[in-house]
Design a protein around this ligand. Structure first.
Ligand code: SAM
Length: 242
C-alpha cells in the first residue's frame, strides 16, 4: 500500500550519504531497523499500542526515521531521548547516526531493561540507557546541562515536555518535541512555559516523508537551567507551567 511505497522510497533515499557530513546510512543500518521493528513488535512488554503492532515499521520506524533525517544533528553531538519507552525515536537515531551519542531514558525499569536488550541484540554501540524520572535524572550532575539536545516523543504537552527536558541542556542547547497537528492548540501555553524556563520556541517545522503528520517544535535554551527546574516528581504533569 501507500506506506509500503513510502518505506521503499525512503529506503532508496537513505542509501545516499546524508547532507551535512553525517554518516551515510548503510545496508547494515537498514537491516538493523528491520530487526528493531521485529523486536518491538514481538516484545512481551507492550511497548507500542496493540493496534499499531502490525504496522510498527510504517508508523513508528518510518516516522522516527523521517524525524531523525529532518533533525540532522551535528556530528559528535550528544542527545537524550527522554521518555524513550520502547526506544522511539532514540534507537532509530542511534542506528542512523553512529556518529551521535544517544542516551535513552525512561521512568519504567521494565521498559529500560527491554531497550537495553534491544541495543545489545542490534549491536548499537553509541547508545546508553538510564532509568529514572526526568525530575530526578535532571538533578544528576552527570546529566544536568550536559546534552546538545533532548528529543522527546509522546511525553506530554509542550509545557510538560519543556519543564522535564530543560534541566538537561545548557546555553544554546535544544529541546525538540515530536508532535502531531494538534500541537497548534498547545503553542500559547508552550510559549509562556518557555519564558519561565529560559527557552525560546525557535520554530515549528512540518516533517516531510513521515508516515504520519509530524510537527517538530524546537526550543532553544538561552541560559543555564533555572535552579528550581524541574519541580518535584509528578508536579510538572499535574500542574503544568503557564
Ligand atoms: N517515546 C516513546 C514513543 O514515542 O513510543 C514512548 C512514549 S510513552 C507514551 C511515554 C513514556 O514516557 C513512557 O515510557 C513513560 O514511562 C515515560 N515517562 C513518563 N513520564 C516520565 C518522566 N517524568 N520521566 C521519565 N519518563 C517518563
Amino acid at each position: 500500500g501507500r506506506a509500503d511505497r513510502r518505506v521503499r522510497r525512503l529506503g532508496r533515499r537513505w542509501e545516499r550519504p546524508s547532507r551535512e557530513g553525517g554518516a551515510s546510512v548503510t545496508e547494515e543500518a537498514e537491516e538493523r531497523l528491520d530487526r528493531y521493528a521485529e523486536l518491538l513488535r514481538d516484545s512481551p512488554i507492550n511497548l507500542v499500542s496493540r493496534g499499531a503492532r502490525a504496522s510498527v515499521r510504517e508508523r513508528h520506524i518510518v516516522e522516527s526515521r523521517a524525524v531523525v533525517e529532518h533533525l540532522n544533528p551535528r556530528p559528535d553531538s550528544s542527545w537524550l531521548d527522554l521518555g524513550t519507552g520502547g526506544g522511539l525515536p532514540g534507537i532509530v537515531l542511534a542506528i542512523e547516526r553512529p556518529d551521535v551519542e544517544v542516551v535513552l531514558a525512561d521512568a519504567r525499569a521494565k521498559k529500560v531493561r527491554e531497550v537495553e536488550r534491544f541495543c545489545a541484540v542490534l549491536g548499537v554501540a553509541n547508545a546508553a540507557v538510564r532509568c529514572g524520572r526526568a525530575e530526578q535524572l535532571a538533578r544528576d550532575p552527570e546529566l544536568r546541562g550536559r546534552f546538545d539536545g533532548v528529543l522527546v516523543r509522546a511525553l506530554g504537552t509542550l509545557p510538560v515536555v519543556a519543564e522535564l527536558a530543560r534541566g538537561f541542556v545548557g546555553p544554546g542547547g535544544e529541546i525538540v518535541a515530536v508532535k502531531g497537528p494538534g500541537v497548534d492548540a498547545e503553542l500559547e501555553a508552550g510559549r509562556s512555559a518557555a519564558d519561565m524556563l529560559g527557552l525560546d520556541i525557535e520554530s515549528v517545522e512540518e516533517v516531510a516523508d513521515a508516515a504520519t503528520v509530524v510537527r517538530l517544535v524546537r526550543f532553544r535554551a538561552v541560559g543555564a537551567p533555572p535552579a528550581t527546574t524541574p519541580r518535584a516528581d509528578g508536579v510538572p504533569q499535574r500542574h503544568p507551567l503557564a
